[in-house]
Ligand binder design. Structure first.
Ligand SMILES: [Zn+2]
Ligand SMILES: [Zn+2]
Length: 343
């Protein structure tokens, strides 16, 4: 990777920190809310356009980047010149983020595939073929198509009959994308009592089962612990999707006995997700670190609802790096053959 690319990585990384930090604090202060939006917009244009930062800095034209005003240009300028920003470091201290001492070395170039995505079979905005082509363009070896289960009626979740129909379309789409394997899966709802929203006989035949909590996240912790324990203990579950359900800035995640649930997941080989959607960032780096120490594996997924959202992954890898997660614990760095999704 060239020096510029590294700068890019580092800067996007730091802006990512900044964005998450401000999202968490945005509740009261409208100025903070505005700043969070501004940093978020800047991070997006940097991530997608990858401008030549050193050159723009030399020419004093950093503000020509879409979304970069004077304040953000100063932060960028610090990072370009010194590799660090006092402003960002101060925010890290304020938010009590861990020191950047034991970060792992994770490179998007080695990311092999994403196992959590949606299509217009449920609430995605693109067809399966468009999603598959998007993943293929990124060089992925596999893509998990994991639309919603029936309980989520507003998005037209899939029951057994529709999954059968979807599998026919998948066979057709698979024949059009060379060199990339489509995995048929489901993002199945973890119901209030911890049972899943589809019968075992259906879950058993799918390639990937992601069980996610979407509703009733404010259950009291004992009930929520029981609910999550039941989900991780289910024999067909491969991954727990966005394990807390948090939406930084607007919704606190569920609270349960994380140690108990994460240890059980580790014991059973159920991976925990780091959902890269900027609206979720769930697990957070701090929680992911905890799960890592308890021995868990991870799935780092865009949870993309359109091909452009695959861009969440490179932007969000910083969460896993920050958590110090080694790559052998991350499913997405494995080849399709090494993916032991069906246990
Ligand atoms: Zn979900
Ligand atoms: Zn999803």
């Amino acid at each position: 990777m060239g020096v510029l690319a590294q700068l890019d990585e580092q800067r996007v990384d730091q802006l990512g920190d900044r964005v998450s930090q401000l999202r968490l604090r945005r509740s009261q202060d409208p100025k903070e809310r505005f700043r969070a939006k501004a940093f978020s917009a800047a991070a997006w244009s940097l991530a997608l356009q990858r401008p030549d930062l050193a050159e723009l800095h030399r020419a004093e034209k950093l503000t020509s980047i879409e979304g970069v005003g004077e304040g953000i240009a100063r932060v960028l300028s610090d990072v370009i010149q010194t590799g660090a920003s006092r402003y960002l470091n101060r925010l890290r201290e304020l938010s009590k983020q861990p020191e950047r001492g034991d970060e792992s070395d994770l490179d998007f170039d080695d990311y092999r595939g994403d196992i959590h995505s949606h299509t217009n079979w449920s609430d995605g905005r693109a067809t399966m073929l468009e999603m598959a082509r998007g993943a293929q363009a990124l060089g992925y070896s596999y893509l998990g198509i994991t639309d919603h289960s029936p309980r989520i009626t507003v998005v037209h979740g899939l029951n057994a009959e529709r999954l059968v129909a979807q599998s026919r379309e998948m066979a057709d789409v698979q024949s059009q994308v060379d060199g990339m394997t489509l995995l048929q899966g489901i993002e199945v709802d973890i119901l209030e009592d911890g049972s899943l929203d589809l019968p075992d006989a259906v879950l058993e035949i799918l390639d990937v089962v992601i069980a996610s909590p979407h509703v009733k996240l404010r259950q009291e912790p004992a009930a929520m612990t029981e609910r999550m324990m039941r989900a991780v203990s289910h024999p067909h579950v491969d991954v727990i999707g966005h394990p807390t359900g948090r939406r930084p800035g607007s919704r606190e995640g569920a609270s349960y006995d994380f140690e108990l649930v994460f240890r059980e997941a580790a014991k059973r080989g159920v991976a925990l997700e780091i959902d890269c959607d900027p609206a979720r960032m769930d697990l957070s780096p701090e929680m992911a670190r905890l799960a890592y120490e308890y021995g868990c594996n991870f799935a780092i997924d865009a949870d993309a609802h359109a091909p452009a959202e695959f861009a969440y992954v490179p932007m969000a890898l910083w969460m896993a790096r920050r958590a110090g997660i080694a790559r052998d614990r991350i499913l997405n760095f494995r080849s399709p053959d090494e993916l032991t999704m069906t246990r």
